[in-house]
Ligand binder design. Sequence first.
Ligand SMILES: C[S@@+](CC[C@H](N)C(=O)[O-])C[C@H]1O[C@@H](n2cnc3c(N)ncnc32)[C@H](O)[C@@H]1O
Length: 387
Amino acid sequence: MYVSILGRQPALGIAELERVFGGGNVTPLSSLAATIDTPLLDIRNLGGTLKAGKVVIDLPSGDWSKVNQKVIQYYADQWASYEGKITLGVSSYGFDVSSREVQKIGITLKQKLKKTGVSLRVVPNSEPALSTATSHHNKLGLSANKVELLIILARNGRIVVAESTGGQNISAYAKRDQERPKRDAFVGMLPPKLAQIMINLAHPDAGARILDPFCGTGVILQEASLMGYRVYGTDLVDKMISFSRDNLEWLSRTHRVDVRSDLHSGDAMTTKWQSPIDAVVAETYLGQPFSAPPSMPKLEEVRKNCNHIITEFLKNLSSQITSGTPVCIAVPAWRSVDGSFTHLPFITTITQLGYKPHEFHNVSQNDLLYYREDQIVARELLVLVRQ
Ligand SMILES: C[S@@+](CC[C@H](N)C(=O)[O-])C[C@H]1O[C@@H](n2cnc3c(N)ncnc32)[C@H](O)[C@@H]1O
């Protein structure tokens, strides 16, 4: 069994895990973590998981001092005759403990192991949980002698200890996000992690051909190519097609990936796409960006316009894809000062357009919103299947 330490918007991480591993195999422990019943979990393609780990201790109940003792006993035995140097980081999630108390586990183990001649380096904690950057820079979880323990207290009192199998590769994400030759602040910058989440939410079969009819600078096409999919991008604006082409050419050169792509301009409301279309993943038109909440009439105008474009797109698409084709789209939802959201009207009548929403075990549609605290326009993720 594995654990996932969830990202900033945990519901998105849970939804992603449910689609990839099956809803019945994912159990949320708290808003910070979940267990996944699977023999193998590869974090590289999971945008919503910060760290993954293999469960080593699972207690139905207990407290910090009990788990402390268990962990120290377990690893003092495990490493008693280890040859070579071990680096250890400890992260706690959900416990009311200080960084010092967490680090004490490593220090106690270091003292015990010293007596048997084993050398242990403890990664210092400035927080009860090591940041993804610290775990990444120390290469924790990536080899047998660089270990990070993830100690998690679940909402129901269960305690799970897992050995990290790696954290998110933040430098690889930053490179893919910032070193692409063509970026465009106006069409927006879809973070590569969110693109991965969206591709996983559609959950296409291996090697499938994915259509993005609002491809812009091509972030979804890029991430899908890295995940081994064939990609097909269209966009209303010719310049965007040339941006996507340049970015995919850069990807194939710098990441040694075999990009299999088709690109051409076209209006998503009327284009006739070339088959096959095995899955559709797109960040649709989000309307104009706002830095402050718009007036009601302005919001209504933008909302109506986006609703029209996306509804016409979905109608056009439904006549061109076969029953069962998965679709994951990001559409705009606007945040008001009180934190509530104004949604697009078509969402409540999506079945009339020929699509069935995917039902998650632990997540509802209202949870599938991606935004930063300073953003007015959130991205609402719709996970659909053509009926
Ligand atoms: C939010 S951006 C998508 C950005 C994209 N995810 C990326 O990686 O850059 C929306 C895109 O939709 C395009 N667009 C707007 N209206 C469209 C339409 N009717 N048909 C097709 N594309 C459209 C815009 O040109 C823009 O590139």
